[in-house]
Design a protein around this ligand. Structure first.
Ligand code: ADP
Ligand code: ZN
Length: 688
C-alpha cells in the first residue's frame, strides 16, 4: 500500500456547490416570474381623473390606494363592475382588476371623496421613492450575484482571487524580496544522487550562456519521482535558492476547476508570469492530477477539462525557447500513470528519483530537524534513525516536532529519548495504513530475498555486476537490487540465462531459507517470463524450437504465425527453462547458505549495502566486467597505435577497414528487436 495524496482533492466541493447554485438560480428566477405575473400583467387600466370620479360616484369601488409620492390613485374594481370597465370578464390572474389615475392634489382628491359620499377604504402610501422601488425589484438579482461571487471566491481560492480572477494562476511566488528565507542544498539532508542531478540544472540557471554558446540546449523540465514527504518540494526550493531565482509553487490540482477552460487559462497565465520573472523555476506538485495518461482509467465524468489543461501545458512547454530561463520542475509519486507526451524529449525528459531515506540519510535528516530543539545530553541520533525505518523526511520532521511537544506537555526542560520514542509510536499509529513501516520479520524476509539476488548474481559469470542492494521500500517495491547495466551490443544465451537465474534468486532464497514464498517476487516473475518467452518464441534459443523466430514488428495477437501445437510447445519450453533456472538458483544458494545469511544480516543492519560489502563476504569475482574489458582493450589499442605511429604514418587503407567494421556492428545492434533488450537497470519487487 503506498502513501498517496489524492490528486483530486478539492474537487468534490465545487461540484456539490454547483448543484446548489442551480437550485438557487431556478428558485430566484421562478420568484421573479411569479412577481411579474401578479403585479405587472394583472388587469389594470389607466383612466382620466374625471372617469375616476365617475366610477367612484357609480360605486364601482370600495378600496382606493393613494400613492402620494407618485401622485397616483388606484381603485380596485368590484367584481360585478369589471365588465363595465374592461368590456371583458375577470381574467383569472389571481390579482384584482384595478384602475389608476393621476390626481391633481391630495387635498382636491380628499374633498372629492368626502363630497361624493364614498364609504369604502382609502389608504395613503408615502412609500417608495424611485430608488427604493428599483432596489426592491432588483433585490433578487443582487442576491443571486452575491451568491455567485461567493462561490467563485471560494473556488478561486484566497482573498484576492475573486470572480474576475478565476482564470489566473494560483501559483505562490517566492522571491527574495518578499522575505522568504532562501532554502539551499544544505537544508536537504541525504538525497545525494538527486542533488547531484539538480545541481546541473542550477548551473544552467546561473550561467546559461556557458551552455548556449556551445549550441547546447538547456533542459526545460525535470520530473522528481518519489513518495510524498521525501523532500521534492524542498529540493525544488533549494534549487531556486542556490540559483538565486524566483520560485513559483503550485499543485496540479490547482489548475483543475469545474469550469471548462479555466485550467488552460491558468496555465497560460502562469507561463506569462514566469516569463516576466525569468530566469525562474516553476514547481508543480502532484502533476499526475493533470498529467494522467489520456484514455486510461476514465472516470465516469468526462476528463475534457483535464485534457485541455494538459494540452495547454504541453503547448506552453513546446512554445518557449530553450534559453528562456524558465525551468519547470514537477513532482509525482506515480510516474507510470503519466501521459507519455509529458515525458517526451524537450519536456520532462529528465527524471530524478527521490527515494525514502536509508539509515545514514535518516541520521542526516534528524541532524537537520534536531537543530532547533533543546536535547538531553548524549541523545543517540543513530538510535533514533534505526527506529524510523521506512519514514520519509517529512515523517522525521514530524517526529522531532512531536517529541518537543510531548516533552513540553510534561514540563520538561529538554527533549529526551523517551519523548522521541513516544513520538515515533504516535506517528507510526497515524501512518500505519499509509506508509510501509516494516516489522522486524518483514524486514528480515525482504533482506533474505534481496540477498538471494545478490548472492546468485555475484556467483554467475554473465550476470550484471551488482552495484547496490537495499531493503528500503521504494514506491511499491519492498527492496531492490541495482545492477550496472552492461551496454552490450549483443547478448548471448548464457548471459540471458545467468540474468534470469539471478532474478529468480530472490524467490529461491525465500523458499529455501524461510520455507514460504511471498508476493514480493511478482515483478521478478513478470520480467523472467517475458524474457524467457522472448528467448523461446523470438530468438530461437530453446532446444525444442531452435532457430525459429515468431517475432513480428507489428505483433498482433489475433494472427499468430504459428499453430496451436507450436503454442503449446512454446508454453512448455518457457516453463521448462524457468524451472531449470530456478533449480539452478536454489542449488547455488544452498551451497552458499552461510554467506547468504551473512549478507542478510548485514542488510538488516544497514538497510543498504554496496559492491564492496558483497566483495568482503564472497571475495572478488574472478571475472572481469565488460567495462573493465573495454577499458583494457582501449588501453592496449592506444599502446599499439602509439607504437605503430612511432614506426610509420598510419595507412589510409587500415582506417577504411576499421570504419567498415564499425558500421557492421551498428547495423547488428539496430536490427536487434528493441522490446527484449536485456540491459535493465534494476530488479524490483512489487508489494501490491
Ligand atoms: P514532498 O514535496 O516530497 O512531498 P516536502 O519537500 O514537502 O516533500 O517535504 C516536507 C518536509 O519534510 C520538508 O519541508 C522538510 O521539513 C522535511 N524533509 C523532507 N525531506 C527532507 C530532507 N531530505 N532533509 C531535510 N528535511 C526534509
Ligand atoms: Zn526480487
Amino acid at each position: 500500500m503506498s502513501k498517496e495524496k489524492s490528486p483530486q482533492k478539492g474537487n468534490g466541493m465545487p461540484r456539490f456547490n454547483l448543484n446548489w447554485l442551480y437550485i438557487v438560480v431556478i428558485g430566484v428566477l421562478g420568484y421573479m416570474l411569479y412577481q411579474g405575473e401578479s403585479g405587472g400583467t394583472g388587469q389594470n387600466k389607466q383612466i382620466d381623473y374625471s372617469v375616476f370620479k365617475e366610477y367612484v360616484q357609480k360605486g364601482y369601488t370600495a378600496d382606493i390606494t393613494v400613492d402620494k409620492t407618485e401622485g397616483l390613485a388606484r381603485m380596485v374594481v368590484e367584481g360585478q363592475h369589471v365588465r363595465d370597465v374592461f368590456k371583458t370578464g375577470t381574467k383569472n390572474t389571481g390579482a384584482k382588476p384595478t384602475c389608476t389615475t393621476k390626481y391633481p392634489s391630495v387635498d382636491r382628491l380628499q374633498e372629492f371623496l368626502d363630497a361624493s359620499g364614498y364609504k369604502g377604504k382609502v389608504r395613503y402610501e408615502e412609500s417608495s421613492n424611485f430608488f427604493i422601488s428599483l432596489l426592491g425589484s432588483l433585490l433578487p438579482l443582487i442576491i443571486l450575484v452575491a451568491i455567485w461571487m461567493f462561490f467563485m471566491r471560494r473556488m478561486g481560492g484566497g482573498g484576492q482571487a475573486g470572480i474576475f480572477n478565476v482564470g489566473k494562476s494560483k501559483a505562490k511566488l517566492f522571491e527574495k524580496t518578499n522575505g522568504a528565507p532562501q532554502v539551499t542544498f544544505k537544508d536537504v539532508a541525504g538525497q545525494e544522487g538527486a542533488k547531484q542531478e539538480v545541481r546541473e540544472i542550477v548551473d544552467f540557471l546561473k550561467n546559461p550562456q556557458k551552455y548556449t554558446e556551445l549550441g547546447g540546449k538547456i533542459p526545460k523540465g525535470a520530473l522528481l519521482i518519489g513518495p510524498p514527504g521525501t523532500g521534492k518540494t524542498l529540493l525544488a526550493k533549494a534549487m531556486a535558492g542556490e540559483a538565486d531565482v524566483p520560485f513559483f509553487s503550485l499543485a496540479g490540482s490547482d489548475f483543475v476547476e469545474m469550469f471548462v477552460g479555466v485550467g488552460a487559462s491558468r496555465v497560460r497565465d502562469l507561463f506569462r508570469q514566469a516569463k516576466e520573472k525569468a530566469p525562474c523555476i516553476i514547481f508543480i506538485d502532484e502533476i499526475d492530477a493533470i498529467g494522467r495518461a489520456r484514455g486510461k482509467n476514465p472516470t465516469f465524468n468526462s476528463n475534457d477539462e483535464r485534457e485541455s489543461t494538459l494540452n495547454q501545458l504541453l503547448t506552453e512547454m513546446d512554445g518557449f525557447a530553450n534559453n528562456s530561463g524558465v525551468i519547470i520542475i514537477a513532482a509525482t509519486n506515480r510516474v507510470e500513470i503519466l501521459d507519455e507526451a509529458l515525458l517526451r524529449a524537450g519536456r520532462f525528459d529528465r527524471q530524478i528519483q527521490v527515494d525514502l531515506p536509508n539509515l545514514s540519510e535518516r541520521i542526516d535528516i534528524f541532524g537537520v530537524h534536531l537543530k532547533p530543539l533543546k536535547l538531553e545530553e548524549g541523545l543517540d541520533i543513530e538510535f533514533l534513525a534505526r527506529q524510523t525505518a521506512g519514514f520519509s523526511g517529512a515523517d522525521i520532521a514530524n517526529v522531532c516536532n512531536e517529541a518537543a511537544l510531548i516533552a513540553a506537555r510534561h514540563d520538561k526542560k529538554q527533549v529526551a529519548k523517551q519523548d522521541f520514542l513516544d513520538a515515533v509510536d504516535r506517528i507510526i499509529g497515524g501512518l500505519e495504513r499509509k506508509t510501509q513501516v516494516m516489522t522486524a520479520e518483514e524486514k528480515k524476509t525482504t533482506a533474505i530475498h534481496e540477498a538471494g539476488h545478490a548472492t546468485v548474481s555475484w556467483l554467475l559469470e554473465h550476470a550484471n555486476p551488482l552495484v547496490k542492494v537495499t531493503i528500503v521500500p521504494r514506491g511499491r517495491a519492498l527492496g531492490a537490487a541495482w545492477y550496472l547495466p552492461e551496454e552490450r551490443t549483443n547478448t548471448t544465451k548464457e548471459q540471458m540465462l545467468d540474468e534470469i537465474c539471478a532474478t529468480l534468486g530472490g524467490r529461491a532464497a525465500e523458499e529455501l531459507f524461510t520455507g514460504h514464498i511471498s508476493f514480493g517476487a511478482l515483478n521478478d516473475l513478470e520480467v523472467v517470463t517475458k524474457r524467457v518467452t522472448a528467448m523461446v518464441a523470438y530468438l530461437g534459443m530453446s532446444d525444442l524450437l531452435p532457430n525459429v523466430s515468431y517475432y513480428s514488428a507489428q505483433e498482433s495477437y489475433f494472427q499468430r504465425p504459428y499453430s496451436d501445437k507450436t503454442a503449446e510447445l512454446i508454453d512448455g519450453e518457457v516453463r521448462r527453462l524457468i524451472a531449470e533456472q530456478y533449480e539452478r538458483a536454489k542449488a547455488i544458494l544452498s551451497e552458499n547458505g552461510a554467506k547468504h545469511a551473512q549478507l542478510t544480516d548485514l542488510l538488516v543492519e544497514r538497510e543498504v549495502i554496496y559492491t564492496e560489502d558483497v566483495e568482503n563476504i564472497f571475495g572478488k569475482r574472478p571475472w572481469k566486467s565488460r567495462a573493465e574489458v573495454l577499458l583494457e582493450e582501449s588501453a592496449e589499442k592506444k599502446q599499439t597505435e602509439a607504437e605503430a605511429s612511432a614506426a610509420q604514418p598510419a595507412l589510409p587503407v587500415a582506417a577504411a577497414e576499421s570504419t567498415e567494421q564499425a558500421a557492421d556492428a551498428t547495423t547488428e545492434a539496430a536490427t536487434a528487436p528493441k522490446d527484449f533488450e536485456t540491459n535493465e537497470t534494476e530488479i524490483t519487487e512489487n508489494k501490491q
